[in-house]
Design a protein. Structure first.
Length: 287
């Protein structure tokens, strides 16, 4: 039954946006931020390779502001806006702060020299649309630098849950959000109108004593299931079988299980006349 005063997600929605925001609110009290901090540092390192200054920047999906503070410390950066849908999570982020969902960007055209986003864009149902919105907020020759979960993220968890639910319940429920493949990422940037699009990936592997510890960390990160079509609960028998499958298939020699986080890095520039463009080759006469 819908909660009074709160509209349920439409039947066609991919994500339950209300549940997603509540998950991020809960993460504010858990302090499980090691993965987001690590990826934010890697984004900042990549930005250091770009030999230019960005005066006005946006940190989209700012969480506690780790990336926003790194941007503000850069030479020439005079203004950083932190955008985060959960005000509880963003309570520690530096001002100015805007409460904003990455699916609906509330900024005008040509507002920023740089848009940086750390592990937020995989929560958009329409990634091409979000990339187009972000490209419009960039000034000409502005840079988008984003990190998001890729297709191999939590592949072990997906396998264990799929097999356990099939065995225990006779069917499966969507438990892990759909993700983007590396092969498609640069093409999405190009379709969204970015110049010089580049996509690459890095793998971060984290080990846990058991499945319950992994699920506890995902909950603490605010990265648990927010699919609109999800089942709300995981039965004890299903959880126990999933844990056994996980330990049998994906454990190291010391018995700890592996969790893979596939991080896609997206880089693209708002078009500018100074950008190099392909030159037409010599014409060939036929006949």
């Amino acid at each position: 039954m819908p909660t009074p005063g709160i509209d349920p997600p439409p039947d066609t929605a991919l994500f339950d946006r209300r549940a997603w925001r509540l998950h991020r609110d809960r993460a504010a009290t858990c302090g499980v931020d090691f993965l987001h901090r690590e990826v934010a540092e890697r984004l900042a390192d990549r930005l250091d390779l770009v030999n230019r200054e960005f005066h006005v920047a946006l940190d989209l999906g700012a969480r506690t502001g780790e990336l926003a503070r790194a941007l503000a410390a850069r030479r020439g950066c005079t203004h950083v806006v932190a955008a985060e849908p959960s005000l509880r999570l963003a309570a520690a982020a530096p001002a100015p702060l805007v409460c904003a969902d990455p699916e609906l960007i509330p900024f005008g055209d040509a507002s920023f020299d740089l848009v940086a986003s750390c592990l937020a864009l995989h929560w958009t149902a329409d990634l091409p649309g979000a990339l187009i919105q972000l490209r419009r907020t960039l000034k000409p020759d502005g840079l988008l630098l984003a990190a998001m979960f890729g297709d191999d993220t939590l592949v072990e968890l997906r396998t264990a849950l799929f097999e356990a639910e099939l065995a225990e319940e006779g069917g499966v429920s969507p438990r892990v959000s759909p993700t983007t493949e590396l092969a498609d990422a640069a093409a999405l940037l190009q379709r969204a109108g970015y110049a010089m699009p580049v996509a690459d990936s890095e793998t971060i592997t984290v080990t846990y004593p058991d499945l319950v510890a992994l699920l506890r960390d995902l909950r603490g990160m605010g990265e648990t299931n927010a699919l609109a079509a999800r089942r709300r609960f995981l039965g004890r028998a299903t959880l126990a079988r999933a844990g056994a499958i996980y330990a049998e298939r994906f454990a190291d020699a010391d018995g700890r299980i592996r969790a893979t986080f596939d991080i896609l890095f997206l880089t693209g520039w708002a078009p500018h006349p100074s950008h190099a463009t392909p030159q037409p080759g010599p014409r060939r006469r036929i006949g």
